[in-house]
Design a protein around this ligand. Sequence first.
Ligand SMILES: [Ca+2]
Ligand SMILES: [Ca+2]
Ligand SMILES: [Ca+2]
Length: 332
Amino acid sequence: MKIRAGLAFAIFTLVAACGEVAAQAPATAPASDLAAARQAIAAAGGHVSTGSAASGVNAGSPTKCNAAGTQFVEARVGTVTDDAGGTWAVPAAVHPGDPGTDLFNDCTGGGLNAGYAAQLHTVVIDPDGVEITALIHGDNYFELYVNGTFVCRDPIAFTPFNSTACRFKAKYPITYALRAVDWEEHLGVGMEYDRYNVGDGGIVAHFSDGTTTDASWKAETFYLAPLDNTTCLKIGAMGARESSACSIKPACASSARAATCQAVHFAEPADWAAPAFNDASWPAATVYTRAQFGPKDAYTKLEKEFGDARFVWSRNIKIDNLVLLRKTVAAH
Ligand SMILES: [Ca+2]
Ligand SMILES: [Ca+2]
Ligand SMILES: [Ca+2]
């Protein structure tokens, strides 16, 4: 989500690679390649920032867990400025709405919530529609929109991993839209933990009308980081973002060089979740294997409920950090 700011100039800081054991040489590219990549990204509506946000604010998530022993990291949202002076919430601004019903929450809940079905409430989108329950597990954060209307959001945007159920009433054709975020601790450069790990994303969802996440969904990325530079990002003929060539271990991914990491931002279309939104230019969702996704208890303890729903994301599960996914179901 783009917030307008006054004109500013990004300062590119070169950080000396001293004191790092087995450090990689900083990735470089010919100036003409760098300029061409910037031009292609700008033509597609993309913006580039360098380095991390100075600070962040809580992202509507817990500030601590009740139980000790959980892998808790507070979810915070920061702001970075791109090289044209625009500002961006990183990794993403969050919707302030309903956090749904816990399926699994070992932070502020008691772990597996076997009685979730009795605790659901219905978000009425179309009064003459059908009642559908969604089960969703995202690494790390999701928002669900149905027929353009917000239904629920993930109550824990970072860690520990959790899963959520939401119920709604909607009329076919139904447009399902998931806003998914791989959260980060080093805001603006796509990394987590003291070791500056390049985190990965992924989401799996099962709807009680039989709809599940799979390769029939569309998925496009809106925030990519960390990048040594932007030459790895290819822009397709219709503006689709292809980041498969972007290294999942960029040379800037360390405490010593994180200030040189770059990120690419695209504004989320205001109507992206609406049935009428044209997603023809969006690529198909990429399905990831169980080994690639590495599901935790929040999924594995509910594996039967998730059925044959697949783990999906856009084309780079590490570098693509804010992914919008859509699928329209004609009728049932
Ligand atoms: Ca979560
Ligand atoms: Ca993650
Ligand atoms: Ca990531």
